[in-house]
Structure formats: structure tokens, C-alpha cells
Write a protein that binds this ligand. Sequence first.
Ligand code: SF4
Length: 300
Amino acid sequence: MSDTAVEPPADPQVAADHTPEPVWPIPSSLSPSRVSSFTSCPMQFRFSSVQRLPEPPGVATTRGSIVHRALELLFELPNPERTRDALQRMLATALDEYSTHPDYVGLRLTADDKIKFSEDCDQLIERYFDMEDPTQIRDIGLEIRMAADVGSLQLRGIIDRLELDDDGELVVTDYKTGRAPSGRYEQKSLAGVHFYSFLCEAVLGKRPSKIRLMYLSNGETIETVPSQQSVRFINTRTNAVWKAVERACITGDFRPNQSKLCDWCSFKDWCPAFDGNPDLAATEAVERHNALIAVEATSS
Ligand code: SF4
């Protein structure tokens, strides 16, 4: 065959029936936070949710996990035993559980850092007790994993605590260990929580009467009442974001979206917005993470 041979024109019918192979595999399930992360930065979403590249642990995230664990352990106790002393013991247990966890060891804390880290956890659980009396909470589930279908996507999430109010209605409580949002961002943070009312309604067949965000950093509680409209909005929004995710996976077009979040992005070195090469992330991010784990294994 000549080097200059020309391909015959494609049969239009065949072309019309041909569905292009996606450049990236399309995820089949996502958490609400991953759905939102696509809207913040599609490029970061590609690294973390499509390629599933490992990220180094962060102090705030690990601290949050430990405090959540301590509160989970507290609520496993009978109501009268949920005291401040008990929560201190549960925090000690949680810290002990995490002492060999990669998310803690990988932080490479010095002796002084470890003291500060424990003190910060302690401060958060002390503040918790100023916010509510756990002996009065009628909890019916802790760290509940829920999943519901939205079109071809499975939406899944973990509810920190599900309880009953005085009227026997469902209340979802979400502990927050980061900073409370300023007024401007309050509705945005509540929008994320509406996912949980959507999941409750889809899985339990009942919409919660209230959703509470407890900000342990400053003692503030933000509450909202989910409505039929807010649940419907989640469905519509998730479907729209999901279609965009599918499109990006098919075309391979995940755009970087620069914002303040770039300062905390684990993938900045491979981001085209910062002259990085995204194609190198698959090997380099994994190598970097493996090296971190190897150091942990040697030093632990
Ligand atoms: S550095 Fe910024 S623009 Fe690049 S992937 Fe991360 S968040 Fe997106």
C-alpha cells in the first residue's frame, strides 16, 4: 500500500452509531463532596476522582477524622455515660488508634507538633460539650453509609449522626472541625448538607425535619430545614454535574480552574495552570506517595 493512501470516507450511518471510547473511565459512584469538587476544579477532579491518585495526608483532615472517631465512640456509650471525662477517654483511644495510621504518621509531626496536635483535638471536643448535652440525644445511627441512584450514577455518603427530635422526626447532624463559614458562604456549606437529606429520603423514605452543622472550632451551629424543593434541586444539580463529568471523561477535557484552593491542592506540580504536565501525575504522584510510605515504614 502507498504511504499516501487515503482512507475511504466513513459510512455516515456507521459514524452516527459509533459511540467514542471515553478517554478516561467514567466513575460509577461518587460522594457528594466529589460531585462538588468537579464544579470547583475539573482538573483536580480528574486527578483525585478519575485517576484516583494518592494525596499526602493533611493535619486538618487527620485531626477531623480523629475527633469524629472520638465522638462516634462517645455515642456508642449508653446516654448517662456520655460525660466530658468519657469523651476525653474516647479521644485518647482515637489518638491511639491513629498513632500508626498513615494519615497520622505521614504528617511527620515532631514531638512538639504532636503535643500541639493533641491539644487542638482536645480543644475541639471540649467545645463540643459547650454546644450540646450528649446524654439528651436520641441517636439512631452513627457514621451511616448511604447510597442512592441518580440516573446512571450512584451517589453515596456517610452521615455522622442520625437522631430523632422530640416529635420523632429525623435530624441529621454533621460535625465540622474546620472553620465556620462567613455569612456569604453559609448557604454554600448548607447546600452540601442537603445531599444528606436527599440520601435519607431516597434510602429511608423519609425527609429529615432538620439538618445541623456543628462547627466545633467556634461553637456555632447552623441549621436548615430541608424541603421537597431542596431535595429536588439536589437531584437536578447532581444530574447536571454528572452529565458534565461524563462528557469530560469521554473527551478527556478536564479544565483547571484556578482559585484560592490551588494553595492546598496536592496536584499543583502537575497542573497545566502552573506549567505542570498532567500526564506525569500518574507515575510521579504514586512514586512520591510510595516514598512517603517507605519512609513511614522505616521510621515507625
Ligand atoms: S492547582 Fe488549582 S487549578 Fe490546578 S488542579 Fe489544583 S485546584 Fe485545579
